[in-house]
Design a protein around this ligand. Structure first.
Ligand code: FAD
Length: 497
């Protein structure tokens, strides 16, 4: 692995047996894993280019155990990496050689459902889809729907502020979480928010959602549940150029229409998906939009007509509208299978995640093609077009020397382009280790230090998930007093990644 991570603390590594014994005293039975073979499944997350077995894995079952583990680690200066299902695509759950990996998989119970208040209280290891499964018989669902929803946990969703196809209309995780219980590194149990809207005081819930496991360990989540819309209809629209499809997306939103989902695929992605699931996608187009409307039937029909009119004005060459749910789901089947489908056209792909202002879509897609030619690598685009959230899949071959490095450089150039046009480094996958070193492209040194002061308020010793999100590790006591004189950097012992 070429990634620079905090140097393992040799003194901690030398105490491994003592640390394992202390954890076993807190979490008895099979809740502590220290065997090398059994640690292997935990050595990476969804960003599989990077691997590092953890020092030890602990799988607590109760909040008291989580608090005791964190309190012990804090008292003994041991780092901790929280983990849900390990599907992060930004390396958020990547272990450290000298850290305890705190897995939350055993927190898998739905604690309460209140249809009158339209909330569910769940443990963090419950999968995203399991929340919908638990309430669907009563006609409800949980709106944020990452493609990984069958596997990823709500705790991971909170930490990454995850999104999905339906977030255009219904918001990201942050808009659908009303409260969390959080255990700090000192073992204190906090409650932020609850069943009500907008509590008084500072919005610490807003700070915690998207904090990537750097501020505390989430042990309970209160989410909104929504009644299923009366109907849903989808339009499958083909365009002769990606630019015209991009312009159509911008025009739909500019017309005041907020579809339930608006996704785009380019030619390589369309062909890969069609070969994989054969749902009848047009193969003679350069870009395909899937636009879904939901709500009362009359409203859906009207909005589908409006979208068709806008698509026509942008030179759409094919249009199909779903007549029943089976057809609507068939439209989505190709999109949902697009990632594994792209996996069949190249030995490896690297999934990027950046967000741009929607009106810049045509320009960004054109410049991305130029970057692909420059780096000599293919790219397939599958993305949440309505949010301006791009997911370019960079095609490479990990067995070809230099290919991974070229893919990473291409990915970095895409993210720089996103920032250049007024966008951001991530839409939903988080910063993790993947985008950590690009943070200064977007934030000034002052911005970054202020964010780190927030981290210090929760975790002064920087024991929770260090090496993620921030490109430089500041010691909290020194923040704000750093002054570089004559090029001599103070605190040269501190790692700068
Ligand atoms: C095929 C595939 C498709 C995907 N599609 C999408 C998509 O459409 N939209 C999207 O947003 N993401 C997507 N992802 C990314 C990923 O699924 C999400 O980021 C998800 O929220 C991670 O959840 P997890 O349970 O796997 O968390 P992990 O990967 O285990 O951890 C992610 C981060 O959360 C922290 N964390 C986990 N649990 C806790 C906790 N209880 N308390 C504090 N911190 C915690 C970890 O430290 C880490 O920083 C996809 C991933 C894959 C592999």
């Amino acid at each position: 692995m070429t990634l620079r991570m905090p140097t393992p603390d040799e003194a901690v590594l030398a105490r491994r047996a003592e640390i394992v014994a202390a954890l076993r005293a807190i979490v008895p039975g099979e809740g502590v894993i220290d065997d090398a073979d059994e640690l292997r499944p935990y050595e990476s997350d969804g960003l599989t280019a990077y691997r590092q077995p953890p020092m030890v894995v602990v799988l607590p079952e109760t909040v008291d155990q989580v608090a005791a583990v964190l309190r012990w680690c804090h008292a003994n200066g041991v780092r901790v990496v929280p983990r849900g299902a390990g599907t992060s695509l930004s390396g958020g759950a990547l272990p450290l050689a000298d850290a305890v990996l705190l897995g939350m998989a055993r927190f898998n119970r739905i604690l309460a459902i209140d249809y009158a208040d339209r909330i569910a209280v769940v443990q963090p290891g419950v999968t995203n889809l399991a929340i919908t499964r638990a309430v669907e018989e009563e006609g409800f669902y949980y709106a944020p729907d990452p493609s990984s929803q069958i596997a990823c946990t709500i705790g991971g969703n909170v930490a990454e502020n995850s999104g999905g196809v339906h977030c255009l209309k219904y918001g990201l995780t942050t808009n659908n979480v009303l409260g969390v219980e959080l255990v700090t590194i000192e073992g204190e149990v906090l409650r932020l928010g609850g069943r009500h809207l907008d509590p008084a005081g500072l919005d610490l819930l807003g700070v915690v959602v998207g904090s990537e496991g750097l501020l505390g360990v989430v042990t309970e989540v209160t989410v909104r549940i929504l009644p299923r819309p009366e109907t849903a209809r989808a339009a499958l629209i083909g365009f002769p150029t990606v630019e015209s499809a991009g312009q159509c997306v911008a025009d739909v939103i500019a017309a005041g229409i907020i579809p339930a989902g608006m996704e785009m695929m380019d030619r390589p992605a369309i062909h890969a998906a069609e070969a994989f699931v054969q749902v009848g996608y047009p193969l003679d187009v350069e870009a395909l939009l899937i636009v879904e409307m939901d709500g009362p039937a009359a409203e859906c029909d009207h909005l589908v007509d409006e979208v068709a009119r806008i698509a026509d004005a942008n030179g759409a060459v094919s249009l199909r509208v779903s007549n029943d749910d089976a057809e609507r789901l068939a439209f989505w089947a190709g999109r949902k299978a697009a990632f594994p489908a792209v996996g069949r056209i190249a030995p490896d792909y690297y999934c990027m995640d950046g967000t741009i202002p929607r009106r810049r879509l045509p320009e960004v897609l054109r410049r991305m093609s130029e970057l692909a030619a420059h780096h000599g690598l293919g790219v397939a685009n599958v993305f949440h077009a309505g949010d301006g959230n791009l997911h370019p899949l960079i095609l490479y071959d990990a067995h070809k020397p230099g290919d991974l490095e070229r893919a990473e450089e291409f990915g970095n150039d895409i993210l720089r382009l996103c920032v250049e046009v007024g966008g951001v480094l991530t839409g939903e996958h988080g910063v993790g280790v993947e985008k950590r070193d690009l943070m200064p492209e977007m934030f000034s040194d002052i911005d970054l230090k202020q964010q780190q002061r927030v981290k210090c308020a929760f975790d002064p010793a920087s024991l929770l998930n260090p090496g993620k999100v921030f490109p430089t590790l500041h010691r909290c006591a020194e923040l704000g007093r750093m002054h570089v004189h004559g090029g001599a950097l103070p605190f040269p012992d501190l790692p700068r990644f």
